[in-house]
Design a binder for this molecule. Structure first.
Ligand code: GLC
Length: 525
């Protein structure tokens, strides 16, 4: 088993994690100052969202230089210190790799747009207007509107799958491929342990740039992007060719991991596995599945049975693009969700702040920062609510910064914060730390097999087993009412409850679960 199979990944959104210099935005020295915390929490790896020079049109996902650090976050020296300090503690460090697009200020794009015969013209995707005039095809930007932007100076459109400040690279151009693979080598050579690959589903495009068909199931409350089925602009066979190159580069280094950001159906996720694929195609399906025992159980079964042999599963409960789990399912259920994430088979990824039960923060219109919210306002698509600063303590600005932060601090910061929760043995943070510790100490939970034992409208019960290392049983009540689960197996002992009581309670036949309670059991000796 590799470290990324056994381990737990913790996502850091660097703008909001810890500000060391009082400019209201998090930075690398800030992260370094909190490595003690991450070590105490017990995670194995951190993935840091983009820290590269960027005009910040999409807060770092618009990269203007792939091999440097934005001064807002610090310097390359700071990064090297962070890496060394993390490694000393046994923490791996993953970076974000953004291959689909650059910033419109990247020197490559400035050259590309400067003239039709510039050698870098073909590094991006330029098209003449369609025959009747107007955009070359009907493709949509993920953040609203057409994916094509008119460049009046030259009289052509360029493609941008995200905001117009993020022009798409042309991966059919071998020079683009060579330059972008060098980026991976640059960071691997520095000692980076892997990458989360951004927007991987959109990297390859239909060579004929055909129109996408309408999505018959779309309703106007959904994202505008989903009104078309992106069959010609996403999850293309061309992607796999690109992924193969990434993998060849990664395989030249020992023990590295590639994780793909892939918002695709389960059966399509599987295509990205394999020796020519990524190690972990991110599985986001817990985020989009209703919090109902039967739905979650069916999801797990579907995912487990779809995995090709040798493919290692993974689960994600939240990230910087989606409403926080604490808000999606509510604070009580978020505890059960944490137990689920940390007892399922497969690498868990935890989003910073979810471990203390942070909630989405409602953002007043004049404080909105996210370009998605600005393009499609008032529809609940904006991502600022889940990106607010980490709540460290009850002091000014929640201990995140000495000055006013770039996004507002949540109102609940005096009670929901790391310092208060560390001191409270029943807190959400204590629950996370206990579950992480248990997972790490228990082979059945870390790497054992998964078997569904029982599901009804409220209950989800499963077993994890690692041969001679024994087995554990997980019983989750996903409902807001008390339930009794009638066990048929041998007597057992409670190792942990989501309520952080009942430890060592013996359970023979009936297991009574309170509303929104989950327990992990071990066979009684
Ligand atoms: C991914 C990122 C998101 C970003 C987008 C464009 O979906 O997670 O935050 O806006 O790609 O890079």
């Amino acid at each position: 088993m590799t470290w990324w199979q056994r381990g737990i990944i913790y996502q850091i959104y660097p703008r909001s994690f810890m500000d060391s210099n009082g400019d209201g935005t998090g930075d690398l020295p800030g992260i370094i100052s909190r490595l003690d915390y991450l070590e105490w929490l017990g995670v194995d790896a951190i993935w840091i969202s983009p820290i590269f020079p960027s005009p910040m049109a999409d807060f770092g996902y618009d990269v203007s230089d792939y091999t440097s650090i934005d001064p807002l976050f610090g310097t390359l020296d700071d990064f090297d210190r962070l890496l060394a300090d993390a490694h000393r503690r046994g923490l791996r460090v993953l970076l974000d790799y953004v291959p689909n697009h650059t910033s419109d200020r990247h020197p490559w794009f400035l050259e590309s747009r400067s003239s039709r015969d510039n050698p870098r013209r073909d590094w991006y995707i330029w098209r003449d207007p369609s025959r009747g005039g107007g955009v070359p095809n009907n493709w949509l930007s993920a953040f609203g509107g057409s994916a094509w932007e008119w460049d009046a100076a030259i009289g052509q459109y360029y493609l941008h799958t995200y905001v117009k400040e993020q022009p798409d690279l042309n991966w059919t151009n071998p020079e683009v491929e060579a330059a972008m693979l060098d980026v991976l080598r640059f960071w691997f050579d520095r000692g980076v342990d892997g990458f989360r690959i951004d927007a991987l589903r959109q990297v390859g495009k239909d060579p004929a740039f055909r129109d996408n068909p309408p999505n018959p199931d779309w309703t106007p409350d959904q994202r505008p992007y989903n009104s078309l089925l992106p069959v010609y602009s996403a999850d293309r066979p061309e992607n796999l060719e690109v992924v193969r190159r990434f993998r060849e580069v990664a395989d030249a280094y020992p023990d590295r991991v590639l994780i793909g950001e892939l918002w695709v159906p389960i059966e399509r996720l599987m295509v990205y596995y394999g020796v020519r694929g990524v190690h972990l195609p991110f599985n986001f399906h817990l985020i989009t599945t209703p919090w109902k025992a039967r739905a979650v159980s069916a999801l797990i079964d579907q995912y487990e049975s779809a995995l090709p042999s040798g493919a290692w599963p993974n689960w994600v409960l939240g990230n910087h693009d989606r409403s926080r789990v604490g808000s999606r399912v509510g604070p009580a259920r978020a505890r059960v969700a944490a137990m689920l994430l940390l007892t399922l088979r497969g690498t868990p990824t935890l989003y910073n702040g979810d471990e203390i039960g942070m909630q989405d923060v409602s953002i007043p219109p004049d404080a909105v920062r996210d370009p998605f919210e600005r393009n499609v306002p008032g529809r609940g698509f904006g991502r600022d609510p889940e990106r607010t600063p980490m709540q460290w303590d009850a002091g000014p600005h929640a201990g995140f910064s000495a000055e006013t932060p770039w996004l507002p601090i949540a109102d609940d910061y005096r009670t929901v914060n790391v310092a208060v929760e560390r001191a409270d043995p029943r807190s959400m943070l204590s629950l996370h730390r206990a579950l992480i510790g248990l997972r790490r100490a228990t082979p059945a939970l870390a790497v054992g097999s998964y078997r569904s034992i029982y599901t009804d409208d409220d209950l989800l019960v499963y077993e994890r087993e690692a041969g001679a290392y024994g087995r554990r049983e997980v019983a989750l009540n996903l409902s807001g009412r008390p339930r009794v689960y009638r066990r048929s197996g041998a007597p057992a002992r409670i190792l942990i409850s989501t309520h952080l009581d009942r430890r060592d309670e013996r359970v023979a036949g009936a297991l009574a679960l309170r509303a929104d309670e989950g327990v992990v059991l071990e066979p009684a000796r």
